[in-house]
Design a protein around this ligand. Sequence first.
Ligand SMILES: *Cc1c(COP(=O)(O)O)cnc(C)c1O
Length: 367
Amino acid sequence: MDRDHLLLTPGPLTTTQRTKLAMLKDWGSWDADFNALTARLRTGLLDVIQGADSHVVVPLQGSGTFSVEAAVATVVPRDGHLLVLDNGAYCKRLGKLATLMGRRTTIATRPEDQPVSAAELERLLGEDPSITHVGLIHCETGTGIVNPLAEVAAVCERLGRGLIIDAMSSFGALPIDARALRFDALIAASGKCLEGVPGMGFVFIRKAILDGCAGNSHSLAMDLHDQHAYMERTGQWRFTPPTHVVAALAEALVQFQEEGGQPARLARYQANQRLLVEGLAALGLKTFLAPGLLSPIIVTFLAPEHARYDFKTFYASAKAQGFLLYPGKLTEVETFRIGCIGAIGAQEMQQAVDAVGRALRGMGIGA
Ligand SMILES: *Cc1c(COP(=O)(O)O)cnc(C)c1O
């Protein structure tokens, strides 16, 4: 088998051969074997955040955004009011999907190079008692910045508002403990730090609010209350499940546990990130965020200020050497992004750094 390109992207990402091989089997969606697989997966996901006592987990077909949309539709009542803490592209997407489904939405925007502020949240909630829910992106993948989850959760709990967390790119890598944090919904997906393949998301919903979510959703397919009730009753997914994706995620979760769970995964990603940032610094490349704000998930680099720099050429050269990079997502400055996540370690990261060096030299940039 040819070696796949290494995906230095925040999902889809590089998966292990074991995970890929788990997809070589067809499953019947009604069959007891597949129901058992779904049940095992749900238990394993709850374990990742120690959430079995406080939360249920509801899987949903589709990319991660489908699950964000479903979480808002299910948890925020139609006459609710969502405040989105915004410091980047995924925050704006959350604001947009809530607005489109007709939920009253307020967006509080901060600069993209700064974390959102729990103190500002406290002030905004104090000023507007009509806000029922707060939407937070844990790691804003647009820049890679990590937002202060514990502080935001504490403010929401103290002021009695619901909290919806998009933990898509942090889940499994950054610590999240449902026993220590109060949240109504937390969303993640198969193809990020658990290192499965893309195709499904999952939403942790607080048991105490679950019954009250009945009838909130304007959409049949997005109704996680209904998806949960059906799954509890029958063991099955309501509509055709992404069977191969479920099998791959279950296998990826076994490897996650074998590796040592979240702390081990974080350590590997941190080592990847240090190697990447130091390696590219030696090539003269600077990060968009201040060094203290860099996350072990994805790093945004400023494009070289050089007349001969061209992202397309840069990308093509890295690809020819076996590495897929990621374009920037900022409007103000030209950047590119490199992910630190996926089934890659120091050796692959060093090869990626070397490939970036060769790509730059190929454009006549740097030594
Ligand atoms: C990946 C990601 C999503 C989901 O994106 P999809 O393209 O729908 O999978 C949502 N939020 C964040 C923060 C992400 O990193």
